[in-house]
Design a protein. Structure first.
Length: 223
C-alpha cells in the first residue's frame, strides 16, 4: 500500500489471499500457537488495506478484518456479549429483553469502534447481520448448557460463514432428547425460531435476522 497506486492490483491479490486464509482456518489450526501470532499480524495488514480503501475492490475485506480481530484478541468481548444476550433471552417478555436488537447494537458498536468511518457500508451491514445471528445462537446455546452436558460453540466460529449455524443445529440434533426433557418451554421455542428462520437458503442473512427479531424481540407465545 505504501509503494503507490501502481501496485494496487498486487495489493488486492494479496489481500484476497489473506481473506481466504482466514476463512479456511480449520479447528485444529486454532490450537497451534503460531496461528494467534499470524492472526495478529494479518489483522494489522488488513486494517492497512481498509485504510487504503481496498475494501471497494475486495468485498469480503471488512468481514475478514473483523473476523481476524475477534479470533486474535476478541475472546473477552465475545464472551461478555454472549452472557449479556443470554440474560436478554431469559427475560419473559422479549419486547423488554430485545435480545436480537441488543446483539445487533453490540456488533455494530464493536465494528464501528474498530473500523472508524469507512466506505463499503453494504459489506459492513452483511457482517453485522451474520454476527448478530451468531451471537444470538451462541447465547441461546449457552442457556442450554446450563441444563445439559454438551459442547460449547467455539468462539472462533463467530461470524465465519455458516459455521456457527451448522454447529448449533448439530448440537440441537445430538441433544434433542435432553433438551426436550430438561429445558423450559420458552427457550425451546427460541431454539426452534432460530433453527427454522436461519435455515432458509432463499433469503439474505439480513432478512433472516429481521425475521428472528420479529419473533424473539416480541412478547412471544403465551407459555
Amino acid at each position: 500500500m505504501r509503494i503507490g497506486s501502481s501496485h494496487r492490483d498486487i495489493a488486492i491479490l494479496l489481500v484476497g489471499a489473506m481473506s481466504r486464509w482466514v476463512n479456511n482456518l480449520q479447528d485444529e489450526d486454532m490450537d497451534k500457537p503460531k496461528t494467534k501470532v499470524l492472526l495478529k499480524a494479518l489483522r494489522t495488514n488488513l486494517k492497512l488495506a481498509i485504510d487504503g480503501s481496498l475494501q471497494l475492490h475486495q468485498s469480503d475485506l471488512i468481514a475478514s478484518f473483523l473476523q481476524t480481530l475477534v479470533m486474535s484478541e476478541g475472546d473477552r468481548w465475545l464472551t461478555n456479549q454472549i452472557h449479556t444476550i443470554s440474560l436478554a433471552l431469559r427475560v419473559p417478555d422479549g419486547s423488554e429483553g430485545k435480545p436480537v436488537e441488543t446483539a445487533g447494537d453490540a456488533v455494530r458498536s464493536f465494528a464501528t469502534r474498530e473500523l472508524g468511518k469507512v466506505q463499503g457500508i453494504a459489506a459492513l451491514d452483511d457482517y453485522v447481520a451474520n454476527a448478530t445471528a451468531d451471537l444470538v445462537m451462541m447465547a441461546a446455546w449457552s442457556i442450554v448448557l446450563d441444563s445439559i452436558d454438551g459442547e460449547p460453540i467455539p468462539n472462533y466460529y463467530f461470524a465465519r460463514d455458516d459455521r456457527t449455524y451448522r454447529a448449533f443445529v448439530s448440537r440441537l440434533e445430538e441433544h434433542k432428547v435432553e433438551i426436550g426433557r430438561k429445558l423450559g418451554k420458552r427457550i425451546k421455542w427460541q431454539l426452534r425460531v432460530l433453527q427454522k428462520a436461519l435455515a432458509s437458503r432463499q433469503e439474505t442473512m439480513r432478512k433472516k435476522v429481521q425475521v428472528v427479531r420479529e419473533e424473539l424481540d416480541s412478547e412471544g407465545p403465551v407459555i
